[in-house]
Design a protein around this ligand. Sequence first.
Ligand SMILES: [Zn+2]
Length: 268
Amino acid sequence: MNWYYARGDERMGPVDDAAMDQLVRSGAVTAETLVWKEGMADWQPLGSVAQVGTTAPAPLPTPVAAGDMAMPESLYGEQTVAGCVECGRSFPQDEMVPYEDHLVCAACKDVFFQRVREGGGLRGAFRYAGFWVRVGARIVDGFIINIATLAISFVVGFVGALINSAAGGGDGFEAIAGILGGLIGIILPIVYEIVFVGKYGATPGKMSLGIKVVRSDGSPVSYGRATGRMFSTWLSYIIFLIGFIMAAFDDEKRTLHDRICDTRVIYK
Ligand SMILES: [Zn+2]
C-alpha cells in the first residue's frame, strides 16, 4: 500500500510501507504529519491512523516483529528519504541529485538529465491534450489543406491548360489533369503533416490551439517518427475513427497512432 505524506505545503510520495517505516524512524514523518493512503477518506495525522501510537513514532503499518522493533535508531541515522521525480521510488536524500525543486535518484539521473538536455520536461508534468481539442486542430488543418489543395490544383490546371493549348490541344489533357488533381489531394496532406510535425512538433491546427506532439518522455519528434505517425493515423481512420476515439478513454489521451509511435499530444 502506498502512502502519501505532507511536508509543508507539498504532497510527498507515494512511498511504500518500508519507506514509510524509514521516514518514521528518521523522524521525517511524525505523529502530527498528515498522511493519506488509498482507502482513507481524508488526510489524517499519522498518530490518529489506526494502530499507530500518538506519541512515539511507531513502525507502520505492516506488523513488525519484536526483533525488528529493537533495531537501533542509528541504523537509519538522520537520513531523510525523498521520492525520485523520475521513478517515484524513495531514497535517502543524500544519495539523490537535485534538479530545480526536485530530486532524482542515482539510477534515473542519466536518463533524466539526458532528456532535460534534449528539451524534454519532467515526467508527470505534462498536460495531455484531450479528444475535442485535437478534433478542433484536425478541423483547422483540414480547412487549411483544402484551401491549399484548391489553390495548387487551380494553378496546375491553369498552367496545364495553357501548355495544352500551346501544344495544339489534345484529348489526354483532362485525364492527366484529373490524375494530377488526385495526386495533389493525397500527397499534400501527407507532406503537410510530416513537415510540420517533424520540424515544429505541431501542424498549424495544433499550433493555433497551443498543443504539440512529443515523445512519451517529452522530447521532440523526429521526421522519421512524424512519418510513421502520419501513416499510423490512416490506421486510426480506417477502423472507423476508433483509433482517434481511444484518446477520450486513455489517461494519457493516447490515440492508436500515439500508441504505435510512442507519442503524446500535450499543451505547450
Ligand atoms: Zn528514480
